[in-house]
Design a protein around this ligand. Structure first.
Ligand SMILES: [Zn+2]
Length: 461
């Protein structure tokens, strides 16, 4: 494939995704990466830069302010000062300088006057379209009258119009201290959070604004923010030949791409090791830690889960760590075995092979397993065929270690080919032990004895 021109998708949160073939498709933006095709909701995209050109993303509505600025009463003394500061369509800087000199006396009236003068200047500059200079004058005015609500609100509105959402929060926080029950403060703070892509906070502020003073405009903005919030809860998607990825909330597109790449490599490896290509595309869902526990309702010892789809917690990660890579290989192995055996593989074999493929070995656990065996605490494989979700943490870790040892002993005796033939037979045999007899000419009793013998060889105490 020839090198396509790279586009840059700039997200509202500042993250940049360099990709090729960026297209807009309904309410999503799709793009190609070396790991496959990905898509994200248009609502989180600020713009798409193509070959140095800037395209606004989607409809122009995306960049339109969600609400308009409220009417703000002018500062005290404004009317008298304005015509002295602004005349002949120009700013009288000499007059402002004079007022500033007067204000050094700290006389309250002189301070009020100079604040009003900067306020009038800022308003004039806004009317001329010079927002940066207007901001400077509002800040000057605030240095004289730091608690002035009109100054704080007007400054915030200018920042909001300039898409400086986080900066806008600073005057708004001060305004809230001055006027805790101001619906305007809540309305503008909601706008700032909305622009900063913090939907939860935007929704909370606009709810507050609605409670303080019903406003049709805020109501509409609130409805839209709640829709965006719901959409972003199912944040992104990715697709390759073999995988169908969904990721939510704080999982980043970069991480998602990294995961797809690792999974494709793992896929090829497992394909040759297990002599099988899963016909169905494999679902992968990335979770932040909390949502994983909420949605899967798995016991605390469960790190990741595979219930037909790979459910992987990735809280706080921005790249594929060695630990995450092991989890991915482990869960992908479950998907292979699930499809190869039509979900008939016993749990001990599933977990044994998955751990083996992720690179785990029994060297460190052999001693503990032999001890448990001597105490009669090692479970029979027949009792480890079903779900392990009812096991407590200690029983579960013993069950994992024991299953791995059994699988290692099978591979040591007959190679990985014995595992793939066993899996094939499990897909069709009436039960696991029947498949064991057909494949390995052994039963559970013999297999367990073989695994214990293997563990004695591994025990390096
Ligand atoms: Zn597992």
């Amino acid at each position: 494939m020839s090198a396509a021109a790279a586009d840059t998708i700039v997200l509202k949160n500042g993250r940049r995704i360099v990709a090729s073939n960026v297209t807009e498709d309904g309410d999503r933006v799709r793009y190609e990466t070396s790991a496959g095709s990905m898509s994200i909701p248009k609502s989180i995209v600020a713009r798409i830069d193509r070959d140095g050109l800037r395209y606004a993303s989607g409809s122009s509505a995306a960049s339109e302010p969600p609400v308009t600025a409220p009417h703000v009463d002018p500062v005290r003394g404004y009317a008298d000062i304005a015509r002295l500061v602004i005349h002949d369509n120009a700013i009288d800087f000499g007059y402002i300088a004079q007022l500033e000199t007067d204000a050094r006396s700290h006389a309250p009236l002189a301070i009020e006057k100079v604040a009003a003068a900067h306020y009038a200047t800022a308003q004039f500059l806004v009317s001329k379209g010079d927002t940066p200079s207007a901001i400077d004058h509002y800040r000057e005015a605030l240095s004289f009258a730091p608690d002035s609500l009109p100054l704080l609100l007007n400054l915030a509105v200018l920042y909001l119009h300039q898409s400086q959402f986080t900066t806008a929060l600073e005057p708004l926080e001060r305004a809230r201290r001055m006027a805790p029950d101001s619906p305007d403060v809540a309305k503008l703070t909601g706008w700032a959070y909305y622009g900063a892509n913090k939907m939860d906070l935007a929704v909370a502020e606009w709810h507050r604004a609605e409670k303080l003073r019903p406003d049709a405009e805020v109501e509409r903005a609130l409805e839209k923010a709640e829709r965006d919030k719901a959409e972003e809860e199912s944040y992104g998607e990715g697709e390759t030949a073999h995988f169908d990825l969904k990721y939510n909330g704080s999982a980043t597109p970069d991480l998602a791409r990294g995961i797809m790449r690792v999974l494709e490599d793992d896929f090829r490896d497992l394909e040759s090791q297990l002599n099988f290509t899963p016909p169905d595309s494999i679902g992968v869902i990335l979770y932040t830690g909390q949502s994983f526990a909420d949605i899967t309702r798995a016991p605390r010892w469960v790190g990741a889960l595979n219930d037909g789809r790979m459910r992987i917690p990735v809280q706080g990660l921005t790249a594929v760590t060695p630990e995450l890579a092991r989890v991915l290989k482990h869960e992908l192995t479950h998907s292979f075995i699930g499809q190869k055996t039509h979900s008939r593989a016993p749990t001990w074999l599933q977990e044994g092979v998955a751990q083996y493929m992720e690179g785990r070995r029994s060297t460190g656990t052999a001693g503990a397993l032999l001890n448990a065996s001597a105490q009669g605490e090692l479970r029979a494989l027949a009792s480890l065929e079903g779900s392990w979700m009812g096991l407590d943490g200690g029983d579960a870790s013993l069950a994992y270690a024991w299953s791995l040892a059994v699988v290692e002993s099978i591979i040591q005796t007959g190679g990985i080919g014995d595992i793939t033939r066993l899996l094939d037979n499990i897909a069709t045999a009436p039960d696991t032990e029947q498949a064991l007899r057909e494949t390995l000419h052994t039963d559970y009793g013999d297999l367990q004895q073989q695994a214990l013998t293997y563990l004695h060889q591994q025990d390096v105490r």
